[in-house]
Design a protein around this ligand. Structure first.
Ligand SMILES: NC(=O)c1ccc[n+]([C@@H]2O[C@H](COP(=O)([O-])OP(=O)(O)OC[C@H]3O[C@@H](n4cnc5c(N)ncnc54)[C@H](O)[C@@H]3O)[C@@H](O)[C@H]2O)c1
Length: 256
């Protein structure tokens, strides 16, 4: 049997809010493969849940980091740098849009709503990568999470589709810039999975049903499948892959 041994490696995973978070699915796989974990969480609202999960993996360190605020990013990284000499992996699993922008008409999106969605869901990849890469002197690997609405028109997903299109483009741009430092940057385009954020999209249950009925594999994907793909992309098994968007969607994206 082939095993992935990440002992001695350190992963920074953002975006864990609770046990259903896709970030936690990836974090679990990394931890099971032997990596040590650093988790950042948005704020007090999710702190208790994240602490409970972190306790499942001894040695996991937690830091509060609200990516919409530079002071919060700076404070988090000041502390992370104090406690951690080096990072090998970084998972970006953060997205947010105002509730009124995840339903109705895309053309009604306000300037404020557009700004919030792109700032938190897309710019944060840059803001975090800029702080993470200096901690990867021997190279590293970065993974973020997208959705098919980056490449297709999807009802209700609206401005979040715009944000994901930006994220996928940023994946390619960052891959080009960071390749010479042996830092790989990839993206997982996941099919719908029931999480806190996903349930905020109007008609999400219908999206789950449509994928289940139409996808070539005739089912929805699991947290675990996102987790194992994250593990693959972050590990040396994917050492030749950068700038890529990999679909984990039971094949839904191949359909017309
Ligand atoms: N669940 C799905 O169906 C699905 C499908 C494709 C892609 N994705 C993507 O997966 C990623 C993770 O989402 P999820 O579905 O696991 O939901 P989730 O709600 O568990 O995770 C979203 C995370 O974003 C964090 N966040 C929001 N605003 C933040 C801020 N200002 N600062 C720091 N953190 C902030 C939340 O605290 C939360 O941990 C997102 O990028 C999402 O778009 C999800």
């Amino acid at each position: 049997m082939y095993t992935i041994d990440l002992s001695g490696k350190c992963a920074l995973v953002t975006g864990v809010a609770n046990k259903r978070s896709l970030a936690w699915g990836i974090a679990r796989e990394l931890a099971d493969a032997g990596a040590s974990l650093i988790l950042t969480y948005q704020g007090e609202r999710v702190r208790d849940y994240v602490e409970e999960l972190a306790a499942e993996v001894p040695g996991t360190r937690l830091y509060e980091c609200d990516v919409s605020r530079d002071d919060s990013l700076d404070a988090a990284f000041e502390n992370i740098r104090k406690d951690t000499p080096r990072l090998d992996y970084f998972v970006h699993a953060i997205a947010f849009a105002q509730r009124e922008d995840l339903g109705g008409k895309f053309f009604d999106t306000s300037r404020e709503g557009f700004h919030v969605a792109l700032d938190i869901s897309s710019f944060s990849l840059l803001a975090l990568t800029r702080r993470v890469v200096p901690m990867m002197p021997d190279g590293g690997s970065i993974v973020s999470l997208s959705y098919i609405a980056a490449q297709r028109a999807v009802p209700s997903y609206n401005v979040m589709g715009t944000a994901k299109a930006a994220l996928e483009q940023m994946t390619r741009q960052l891959a080009m810039e960071l390749g010479p430092q042996n830092v790989r940057v990839n993206c997982i385009s996941a099919g719908p999975v029931s999480t806190l954020s996903a349930r905020g999209v109007s008609g999400f249950t219908g999206m789950l049903g449509a994928h289940r009925e139409r996808a070539p594999l005739q089912r929805n994907i699991t947290h675990k499948e996102v987790g194992t793909t994250g593990l693959f992309l972050l590990s040396d098994l994917a050492s030749g892959i950068t700038g890529e968007v990999i679909f984990v969607d039971a094949g839904y994206h191949v359909l017309l």
